[in-house]
Ligand binder design. Structure first.
Ligand code: NDP
Length: 317
């Protein structure tokens, strides 16, 4: 039986509605949570992400502002911007869009963000809160992974979870959240021997690698839940053919779009996994939309935590 395809777009829209309702409630007490987004230079992908974040903020009713700085911005200039935003009462969330240009000390900038306004959850204080199960701000993409599992009624406690990827942004926090939710967690990386064998033990397999279609059917235990975090732009027709050329897959529409545009967005999971897994998140339309929804949630959470009020109900407390 083919896998259930999890609809991340629908789930993200539900979360955004919940967040919007909370923002309305807060408005009655005179509070409007505010998000400041910092964009440095003209990285096309970053520009698209920032546009999406600002648009979503407006839709849910957050106050938002965007701070653009040139490609030549220095660490000192960005530190001064972050410190200014740290001081401003109407700003509850500060997001520094990564990557920053090479001359900027990214770690220094991220360390400068007030942990109570760190809506990306990257500050070591929030990393520490997560690993010691204290209330804090959790990175958006891994938080989205857990929301997907919870809202799909997929049990986590007692399950074997395998996370492929150990980045600070996705792999490690996803593993920590799964551990906090009582899964037995294995974290894999580029030096893991027999990766397919390790992955095949997973009831929940999270792929956060950045390699188009690397997780093929032989990595997956029949019936397992597979969460595909990967976002890879494919432009090579041979790679497209490897991923979508099999007779089993209805690639007609995607093929037309690929020919027209010259590229397509694919995950780390090969489409053939749909024939093996029990449930699977698609790319696009899986984890991606949840990331922005969780950023909206984190901004409301930050606003509430800073004011000492109770945080709205969500799986990620
Ligand atoms: P990184 O490049 O920081 O990390 C990739 C991880 O994958 C590393 O731990 C690396 O291992 C591991 N890896 C690479 N090659 C292999 C291999 N052949 N076998 C096993 N492990 C391997 O990427 P990110 O964590 O930032 O992102 C991962 C993916 O998720 C990307 O496609 C990115 O675009 C996507 N992403 C999606 C988001 C969304 O909203 N949906 C948000 C953020 C990221 P090692 O540590 O040994 O090098």
């Amino acid at each position: 039986m083919p896998a259930k395809i999890i609809d991340g777009v629908k789930m993200a829209s539900e979360i955004r509605s919940e967040v919007a309702a909370e923002i309305k409630k807060m408005a009655r007490t005179g509070v409007r949570p505010g998000l400041a987004v910092i964009l440095v230079g003209h990285n096309p992908a970053s520009e698209i992400y920032v546009r999406g974040k600002v648009k979503a903020s407006n839709e849910v009713g957050l106050y938002s502002e965007q701070h653009n700085r040139p490609e030549t911005a220095t660490t000192t200039e960005l530190l001064s911007l972050v410190e200014d935003l740290n001081r401003r009462e109407e700003i509850d969330g500060i997001l520094v869009q990564l990557p920053l240009p090479a001359q900027v000390d990214s770690k220094k900038i991220l360390m400068a963000v007030d942990p109570t306004k760190d809506v990306d959850g990257f500050h070591p204080v929030n990393v520490g809160f997560l690993s010691t199960q204290r209330p804090g701000l959790v990175p958006c993409t891994p938080a989205g992974v857990i929301e997907i599992l919870r809202r799909s009624n997929i049990p986590i406690a007692g399950q074997n979870a395998v996370v492929v990827g150990r980045s600070d942004i996705v792999g490690k926090p996803a593993a920590m959240l799964l551990l906090n939710a009582n899964a037995t967690v294995t974290v894999c990386h580029s030096k893991t021997p027999d990766l397919p064998g390790v992955c095949r033990r997973a009831d929940i397999l999270v792929a956060a690698i950045g390699r188009a279609g690397m997780i093929t059917g032989d990595f997956v235990k029949p019936g397992a839940t597979v969460i595909d975090v990967g976002m890879n732009k494919v432009t090579d027709p041979a790679v497209f053919q490897r991923l979508f050329g099999g007779r089993l897959y209805k690639s007609g529409k995607r093929e037309e779009a690929f020919r027209a545009k010259g590229s397509t967005l694919v995950g780390d999971v090969h489409p053939e996994v749909a024939e093996v897994a029990g449930a699977l998140t698609p790319v696009p339309g899986g984890v991606g939309p949840l990331t922005i929804a969780m950023l909206m949630y984190n901004t409301v959470k930050a606003a509430k935590m800073r004011r000492g009020s109770s945080v709205p109900e969500m799986s990620i407390k």
